[in-house]
Design a protein around this ligand. Sequence first.
Ligand code: DON
Length: 569
Amino acid sequence: MRKTLLFSIIFCDILLISCISNNNNTVFQYDKQILADSAMVVTAHPLASDVGIEILKSGGNAVDAAIAVQFALAVVYPRAGNIGGGGFLVLRKKDGHAATLDFREKAPKASFRDMYLDSLGNVIEEKSRFGHLSVGIPGVVDGMIEAHERYGKLNNFADLVAPAINLAQNGFSLTFQEAAILNKFHADFEKYNTKENIFIKNKQWKKGDKLIQTDLAKTLKQIQAKGRDGFYKGTVAKQLLAEMNRGNGIFKQDDLDTYRSKWREPLIEAYKNYKIISMPPPSSGGIALVQMLKTVEDYPIKDWGHHSTQTTHLMVEAERRAYADRATHLGDSDFWEVPRTSLLDKSYIKTRMSSFDPSKATSSDSIQAGIITNKESEETTHFSIVDEEGNAVAVTTTLNSNFGSKVLVGEAGFFLNNEMDDFSAKPGVPNQFDLVGAEANAIEPEKRMLSSMTPTIFTKDDKLFMVVGSPGGSTIITSVFQVFLNVAEHDMSMKDAIHNLRFHHQWLPNKVFIEEGALSETVITDLEAMGHIVEIRKPIGRVEGILIQENGIIEGAADNRGDDDAEGY
Ligand code: DON
């Protein structure tokens, strides 16, 4: 009964939206800021936000809503929403219990350390970034099932896949951005696909065009009916392996059989009277974010002011040092001993700042990863959800690049990731995000590639405060860093904190990247006089955040850099 209602609401939504799009050429209404009493969903697409809200209204909790949103994004946001990729989920239950789920892709068993090098030992970039060899074993479907089994409230997993099936089967109208991005990648779709598919069409896509994904609907129905086996075995697995064979990929059925997502011990650390609950390795996000926050917490950045020379200089120097550590010390902790405790130790972080000069940029050449002496035992998407009970979920999920490897599994209708490029193909050689890595992140069979995804939940005085995260490759961590400080130190609303322009430094290259207009001419001149190199770049991150205000009102804010949308009630 509930299911029928849910379907009809969503279907009506779609009809209405198509109707509007036909009449006045407006595809969707985007809510960039919503204030609500009970619950909130913020995602990269209005239809996915609607799906999340409907699941919450039909009695589901934040985890149920997250699962339905993930599947819906696989349909309405094919460039990054996915079932052919992986991601991380951070949960904080209303009673304070925290959990993190790692459904990151794994390297195929037949992968090997130098698989992207030519005979001279040089990296062949195309191999790790495009096509069948760039694909890691997808983790999303296992992750969603695992999350539902442990934390779901609605009994029927099938109900959580149903809205996505509906959207795939009946279609939805493309936004301007989505039509443009499909056109942009047309040549790649032709180059890397061995089967005709819905995304390759002769005419240009335009805003308002209806995208119907019959093959994907069939795949989702398999998952709906058979759970894990609907993806990792049977028809879909056969289609996936056939696609791999056609393009000389190295997946085997055994890779699919043995893929399992993993619950990891959440990274929980303090910043003043806030707690940071974030993702541990194989994400670098949590550790780097905490390092940066613990670096700046001793300085009066509130007094110095937002985006002032002093504040920006300090934050850049914190970023430089954290990314230098990332390059050497971080990798999949199942394969590499990540010195987590040492890296997060306050005295270690203070030592890292001993070279900090308030009036001068530190040269990246003079910064290496810290020495740890204690042995110790463009494209991703993020969504944030808070349910009526106060449970919070932050999920960042990715195919890596837009449309991942550009390989669509013929007949199954979904894109495969190119996550293998997040490994360090060769020490010191940058990946597509100009990130360098070393031994810790070298390719090994079944290892997970290091990620920057930083789904994070903050509490303040032990009460839920903020749910946040972003896409943006290497800029994810610095985006979350800035958005949090904008609220916690500069008293901004969630919306202002997110819409505010950003800057980014990642040690190498030694540059402060800024969104145009992020820093005043005076601040840029000051920074340059200190020895910083400032460069304007394309937009940084697409943050989706939820803030619980002092008065208990829930503020949802969607980034204005895209089609992102907040919905609440
Ligand atoms: O896991 C990572 O860090 C990357 N695969 C994320 C890629 C990404 O955010 C691209 N989006 N703009």
